[in-house]
Design a protein around this ligand. Structure first.
Ligand SMILES: [Zn+2]
Length: 64
């Protein structure tokens, strides 16, 4: 038997980037600290933030 273990490849929940699930990565299942914070932020906010409504730009045709 070969004792070679292939590292588990997972996708970052935030950016979908493939990364190896190893004890060397303290941010797993995220690829980096930034993605971890982003995901935690979304959880804390209770989901996706609703973007503000875009105000319609009133085209002013007044002559100068
Ligand atoms: Zn990521």
């Amino acid at each position: 038997m070969s004792s070679t273990q292939t590292p588990l490849i997972v996708s970052c929940p935030s950016c979908k980037k493939s990364l190896r699930w190893t004890s060397d990565n303290p941010f797993r299942p995220f690829c980096c600290e930034r993605c971890k914070l982003i995901d935690l932020g979304e959880w804390a906010d209770g989901g996706h933030a609703i973007p503000g409504e875009t105000l319609p730009e009133s085209a002013d045709d007044s002559e100068n």
